[in-house]
Design a protein around this ligand. Structure first.
Ligand code: COA
Length: 262
């Protein structure tokens, strides 16, 4: 575990920060001394996590934000500045996904997911990046991917295409913004047991059994494991990591060798 003052008073925005992976990352960042802004569409999702951070002695603010709306994203940055004086870390975690055959996916369904995952990530990254550039003290941007950004994701063409776009965005801005000391990285969790993912993506015992058989380490990951890595990537211990996508999937995406002994 990273020492408790690792993110000493840094200001971190976590989109989708009230639930699932976002919540786990926000709690870990708070444990490490960061001051948190949690942003997602619903205040009800945010308030319990804000209260949990405050109860543990940390600082946190809920800013209801739809990442698809650039005006709301700008307001999220303004609220962050008003409360904490600046922004040091952005985690693009907000996402939307559902399983649907591509030929049955409506244009609106495609748009809904691409808007949240790709456009939302860009709007938040742009707004936070502009602030970081103006502040002249660098920054860290971390986006949540999925391994199907590069393997392809049958059944989730909208999400796979959008996450692939976020990977390209990550690599592009890692170079473009390096002169401003802004590090831009990504983390690609495989299957992780959050309420949203478990119910939406492997919602029955048969689907879960099939999934487990594909994970070399034989289990689904925990939000806490992802949170530890997400903290490391924005910490001073990772100052030389830039433009990287860290895969955390128990080896799932590699388990495809046709001569595999198993
Ligand atoms: N299958 C097929 N189409 C679906 C769908 C599903 N399971 N869920 C939503 N859609 C379609 C809708 O039918 C609609 O298209 P239409 O107007 O042609 O009918 C379109 O997607 C938009 O749906 P809507 O519910 O209005 O969008 P939203 O912006 O409120 O919701 C989603 C966004 C669709 C991504 C929704 O799943 C969501 O909010 N998810 C957040 C939680 C989540 O997915 N977490 C990820 C866990 S891995």
């Amino acid at each position: 575990m990273l020492p408790a003052n690792t993110l000493n008073r840094q200001v971190a925005i976590v989109t989708g920060g009230g639930t699932g992976l976002g919540r786990a990352m926000a709690l870990e960042y708070a444990r490490l001394g960061a001051r948190l802004v949690l942003a997602s569409r619903s205040r009800e999702h945010l308030e319990p996590t804000v209260a949990e951070i405050q109860k543990a002695g940390g600082e946190a603010l809920a800013v209801p934000t739809d990442v698809r709306d650039p005006a709301q994203v700008d307001r999220m940055i303004q609220e962050t500045k008003k409360k904490f004086g600046g922004v040091d870390i952005l985690v693009n975690n907000a996402a939307g996904n559902f399983i649907c055959k591509a030929e049955e996916l409506s244009p609106n369904g495609w748009r809904a997911v691409v808007d949240i995952v790709l456009n939302g990530t860009f709007f938040c990254t742009r707004a936070a990046g502009r602030e970081m550039i103006a502040q002249k003290r660098g920054g860290k941007i971390l986006s949540v991917l999925a391994t199907y950004a590069w393997t392809g994701g049958p059944g989730t063409v909208h999400s796979a295409a959008a996450k692939a776009g976020v990977l390209a965005l990550t690599r592009t801005l890692a170079v473009e913004w390096a002169p401003y000391k802004i590090r831009v990285n990504a983390i690609a969790p495989g299957p992780v047991a959050t309420e949203g993912a478990s119910s939406k993506l492997w919602g029955n015992p048969e689907a879960e059994r099939k999934l487990l058989s594909k994970i070399p380490v034989g289990r689904i990951g925990t939000p806490q494991e992802i949170a530890h890595a997400a903290a490391y990537l924005v910490s001073p211990y990772a100052e030389y990591i830039n433009g990287e996508a860290l895969t955390m999937d128990g080896g799932e995406w590699l388990g495809k060798g046709f001569l595999a002994v198993q």
